[in-house]
Design a protein around this ligand. Structure first.
Ligand SMILES: Cc1cc2nc3c(=O)[nH]c(=O)nc-3n(C[C@H](O)[C@H](O)[C@H](O)COP(=O)(O)OP(=O)(O)OC[C@H]3O[C@@H](n4cnc5c(N)ncnc54)[C@H](O)[C@@H]3O)c2cc1C
Ligand code: SF4
Length: 494
């Protein structure tokens, strides 16, 4: 720890986004970077607290407290304070294969369990992480480092999201020859086609993929395993297989009128928009276009926020966001103490942009959708009602409609952002893998499935989760594969 009193001397400063009305004019994730002196002060706020929770990744009350990757936050904060950026980058990459992704999109559970946050603002950990990662790339410190020797073993990874990429990266480092199969036309999974460009520039993803290719990882895109390439062929052709196919089955809303035109799953909207930006540029027409429309986003989570931000950039006339849950409190509730992830009300980027445009947060809480109203087979409105949360017969909270609160909200475009129910079951079944009660692939602590030699990682095991968890999962599965191939030995870290 460089400066024992740093947390008393300096207030928190995280990297600020560009002003909302400026950034909605483009699709860039750029933001002004903090000067070195300020970054040093921010790192100095790390207080050498003795028992830091920021890097534990412990599960408390069902949620991660601290970094799931066990990123060595206090250590790289100290190095940044001392201006030793290159050493900080080396330390960060020991635990995180892709800090340029997590530095941009991680919700930072580390900050929720930072000790300075007990009675002040937490250390700006994610800002510092992104700066270390970007500086490492800008300075040319990240160069291809292929393994010195090959083991002669081969591994197939199915799916190229963060879990598949992390597994491939680790297995390649251990000297195994890795081929990643991806059914989409580009590598990256939700890093490429889910998270919008204004949160994660697609060039940042492609740059990492190029590095992995230069290090010896092979990528085969446009290949749907189980369709173009049967499971048996993969089992016969490789010494181990990792399934990292994500949790891609979206939750639908089977309300009356659902079959009207203009009602789409969030991922169709987001994927289509990213594809057209990559293939045709901002001037090309989006397959689902919000321009000039009254847009209603159903679902108040992160995917919903991405729909809000995307619809705004496409030129929506208005955007409303409906959420069935109650508005979270502004500060931690008594049953949500530190170091748990703080379940508090946040103004994310999309809502901030909507407020700047139209003067109000677009979210409407404790609201249920009763039906979709249409004309000429196209949606024109959503009929909604307020709900209150009451204890059900088994003590679980249930939403009850409040009488007399029915109203219609105008809508030409409705986007369903209600989360995902789990992985597509066909592929794990084709490999003979057991599924658990939630429909996810059942995998042990080393991520081996019920089929020896077949491993699974990421959202297809955990259900819908986060990039940081997917990387963790991929690393865990790679260790399991390495141990499986090397007869109980492994060179890979936990
Ligand atoms: C809109 C959206 C925004 C998000 N924003 C964030 C965020 O800001 N921060 C964050 O931490 N998390 C975010 N998440 C969650 C995060 O993206 C996921 O948890 C993470 O990507 C899961 O990684 P994964 O590798 O398990 O799966 P995925 O990223 O889903 O990748 C799975 C890949 O497998 C491929 N695949 C599937 N079946 C086959 C097959 N049969 N053959 C070949 N390939 C196949 C798919 O095409 C896909 O590319 C977001 C999710 C969504 C939907
Ligand atoms: S990966 Fe996420 S949780 Fe881990 S240190 Fe970075 S921002 Fe924090």
């Amino acid at each position: 720890m460089g400066r024992p009193t740093g947390f008393l001397e300096f207030g928190r400063r995280a990297a600020a986004a560009r002003p909302p009305l400026e950034r909605i004019r483009d699709w860039s994730d750029a933001h002004p970077r903090l000067p070195d002196a300020v970054l040093g002060e921010q790192a100095a706020r790390c207080m050498d607290c003795g028992v830091p929770y920021c890097h534990t990744g412990a599960q408390i009350s069902g949620m991660a407290a601290g970094c799931p990757l066990n990123n060595l936050v206090p250590e790289w904060n100290d190095l940044v304070y001392r201006g030793q950026w290159r050493e900080a980058a080396i330390r960060l990459h020991r635990t995180d294969n892709f800090p340029e992704f997590t530095g941009r999109v991680c919700p930072a559970p580390c900050e929720g369990s930072c000790t300075v946050g007990l009675n002040g603002d937490p250390v700006a950990i994610r800002t510092i992480e992104q700066e270390i990662a970007d500086r490492a790339w800008d300075s040319g410190w990240i160069v291809p480092a292929p393994p010195l020797a090959r083991t002669g073993f081969t591994a197939a990874v199915v799916g190229s999201g963060p879990a598949g990429l992390a597994a491939a990266d680790q297995l390649n480092r251990a000297g195994h020859l890795v081929t990643v199969f991806e059914r989409a036309g580009r590598v990256g999974g939700l890093l490429m086609y889910g998270i919008p460009a204004m949160k994660l520039d697609k060039g940042v993803v492609a740059r990492r993929v190029r590095l992995m290719e230069a290090e010896g990882v092979r990528f085969e895109v446009g290949v749907t395993v189980g369709v173009d390439l049967p499971a048996e062929e993969l089992l016969a052709g490789f010494d181990a297989v990792v399934l990292a196919t994500g949790a891609t089955v979206a939750r639908d809303l089977p309300a009356p009128g659902r079959d009207l035109g203009g009602i789409h799953l969030a991922m169709s909207f987001l994927r289509g928009n990213t594809r057209r930006l990559l293939d045709g540029g901002a001037a090309a027409e989006a397959p689902i276009d919000a321009a000039g429309n009254d847009v209603v986003v159903i679902g108040g989570g992160d995917t919903g926020t991405d729909c809000v931000g995307t619809a705004i950039r496409q030129g929506a006339r208005s955007v409303r966001q409906l959420e069935i849950l109650a508005r979270p409190p502004d500060a931690r509730a008594p049953d949500n103490p530190w170091p748990e992830w703080p379940k508090v009300h946040r103004l994310d980027y999309g809502q901030e942009e909507a407020r700047a445009l139209w003067g109000a947060d677009p979210r409407r809480y404790e609201t249920t959708t009763r039906r979709f109203v249409g004309r000429n087979e196209h949606v024109t409105a959503v009929e909604v009602a307020s709900v209150e949360w009451v204890a059900g017969p088994e003590g679980r909270a249930e939403a009850r409609e409040v009488p007399g609160t029915v109203e219609t909200v105008p809508a030409d475009l409705v986007l369903l952002a209600l989360g995902f129910t789990g992985p597509e079951p066909a592929l794990p079944r084709a490999f003979g893998c057991e599924l658990d009660g939630r429909g996810c692939v059942r995998a042990g602590a080393d991520r081996m499935t019920s089929v020896p030699g077949v491993f699974a990682a990421g959202d297809c095991v955990r259900g819908q989760s986060l990039v940081v968890w997917a990387i963790r999962e991929g690393r865990t599965a790679a260790r399991g594969v390495d141990r499986f191939l090397m007869r109980g030995e492994t060179v890979l870290p936990v």
